[in-house]
Design a binder for this molecule. Structure first.
Ligand code: G3H
Length: 490
């Protein structure tokens, strides 16, 4: 079924869009010969319309005096509960679009939907707790302080294509419940799947509180930033877009940033690692959703003493993975939503081969129009592009190491600092490594792959990987400010 999104949401209304439309295609092809599938259309909005939408969000915020930022906590919760219950009725539609638009497997698409619903309920519970806490007074030197949490203003939210529902909502939901008004722009791939939910937004929140724009970032998001009327830029995606948008804002010191950016999470395999477990975890960590996760393992460091066995068994295991359409049972690898991704991954493979690496697995690099089979590259060196770039796709660089201290120096020199996975049995050996690693990254995974969830845990990174922290608990704080009422005892 084609989906034509012929309007945008602004000021609590669906405003018909009469202008140019952008066509949305899936890289999935079901015919005998390859042909991208046409899925529908979305408005190609322009600067003037984007600024009208901005006006709607600013009006609803009313410089902090609007209906939403001043609403009672219980009423804001009721609005969010209404939204989530209407959202749940759209599960089938959204899951289907997740599969078609971004090629996410059926189990992973269902998981993304259910996890997002759970995230909303957890956020509501956390918000209630925050409210209970703010009922407590603090007292010092005869001053009573009643601490509250207040909204920040108008938030511009941009989510990524790999989690177009979950990560867009990981920004949107906490921003909303704290009393901010929001403009969000869906990701280019994964734009249609938010359409079934727009009515629930319109029905559940006062007018102008949730607004949606479509189109190119530089044509719609950049002018909104340039207006200087955005208080928070919330983005999960790449740092180039984040910096470009941030740079548009004329008063940068007033702008709060909540950013989830790139990472190059390493797996470190120590000589005493349990190889059965390690191979399965590294497989999931590197190739879940074809490696298109900021939390994916993007480089594997294997100790010289076990590299032969690891490389052989891991390469065999990669070749056993099944490629197919997202709804087919047992499929682990699926079409890539970005049409230029197979060519980019091929460039990384060619570059590594020219500089001395080999492809360890038989199927590595097999290509079709919408996919490239993951290549295990060994030995990778620091001169290779695959070592330096965040591949965000199916290619696995493996680098040997013998001296753990030099490896720690290498990891400390990285521009990224999100997570690491450590594989080994001896606690005596792992303990000092953990102590160092927690100062280099923000999450150390023991004998398990890197991942974001469960979403109640802090999700952040050091250096170029993130600004601010997203977890159910932290996100409410990221999108608000502590204020208080002080009264003096005489
Ligand atoms: O792209 C980054 C996502 O937050 C990854 O989430 O680790 O749960 O797949 P995940």
């Amino acid at each position: 079924n084609l989906l034509h999104q012929k309007s945008y949401l602004s000021n609590g209304e669906f405003i018909p869009w009469e202008g140019e439309m952008d066509e949305v295609y899936s890289t999935i092809s079901t015919g005998a010969s390859y042909k991208p599938t046409f899925l529908g259309t979305v408005p190609h909005m322009n600067e003037a319309t984007a600024l009208e939408v901005l006006e709607s969000a600013c009006k609803a915020y009313g410089k902090g005096q609007g209906v939403w930022p001043t609403m009672k906590v219980s009423d804001r919760i009721a609005a969010m509960e209404q939204f989530v219950s209407q959202m749940k009725t759209k599960r089938e539609e959204v899951v289907k679009l997740l599969m078609w638009e971004i090629g996410k497997s059926l189990p992973d698409s269902e998981k993304e939907f259910d996890r997002t619903v759970e995230y909303i309920y957890d956020t509501i519970e956390e918000y209630k707790q925050l409210d209970r806490d703010s009922a407590k007074f603090q007292k010092r030197d005869k001053v009573n302080a009643h601490i509250r949490r207040g909204p920040l203003g108008v938030v511009l939210c941009l989510g990524p294509y790999n989690y177009p529902l979950n990560e867009t909502f990981a920004l949107l939901i906490p921003a909303l419940i704290m009393g901010n008004t929001v403009i969000f722009k869906p990701a280019k791939h994964g734009v249609l799947l938010l359409s079934p939910l727009l009515e629930a937004f319109r029905n559940s929140f006062p007018k102008g509180v949730v607004n949606v724009i479509f189109g190119r970032g530089r044509e719609v998001a950049a002018p909104i930033m340039k207006s200087g009327r955005i208080d928070v830029l919330a983005l999960i995606g790449n740092s180039t877009s984040a910096i470009a948008l941030q740079d548009q804002h004329p008063y940068k010191n007033r702008l709060r940033l909540v950013l989830g950016l790139e990472a190059k999470n390493p797996a470190i395999i120590l000589p005493d690692a349990d190889l059965d477990l390690t191979i399965e975890e590294v497989l999931t960590g590197t190739l879940s959703f074809n490696g298109q996760r900021c939390t994916a393992l993007k480089i594997v460091y294997v100790h010289e003493d076990i590299r032969e066995e690891f490389n052989k068994r891991f390469a065999q295991r990669v070749d056993q993975l099944k490629f197919g359409n997202p709804w087919e049972p047992g499929v682990k690898l699926t079409p890539l939503p970005e049409p230029n991704k197979p060519a980019y991954i091929q460039e990384l493979i060619d570059d590594a081969k020219e500089k001395g690496a080999s492809v360890l697995n038989k199927r590595g690099g097999e290509t079709s129009e919408n996919f490239i089979f993951p290549a295990v590259l060994y030995p990778v060196t620091s001169e290779m592009r695959v070592y330096k770039e965040e591949q965000f796709g199916p290619v696995i660089p493996v680098k040997p190491f013998s001296d753990i201290d030099s490896l720690l120096d290498e990891i400390a020199a990285s521009n990224y600092g999100q997570q690491v996975s450590l594989f080994g049995r001896s606690i005596k050996q792992l303990a000092p490594l953990i102590d160092t690693m927690v100062n280099l990254v923000c999450r150390v995974n023991l004998n398990s792959a890197c991942q974001r969830g469960p979403d109640v845990f802090p999700f952040t990174g050091r250096k170029d990987s993130a600004v601010g922290t997203l977890s159910v608990h932290d996100a409410l704080r990221s999108f608000s400010i502590r204020t208080f009422v002080a009264s003096k005892e005489n």
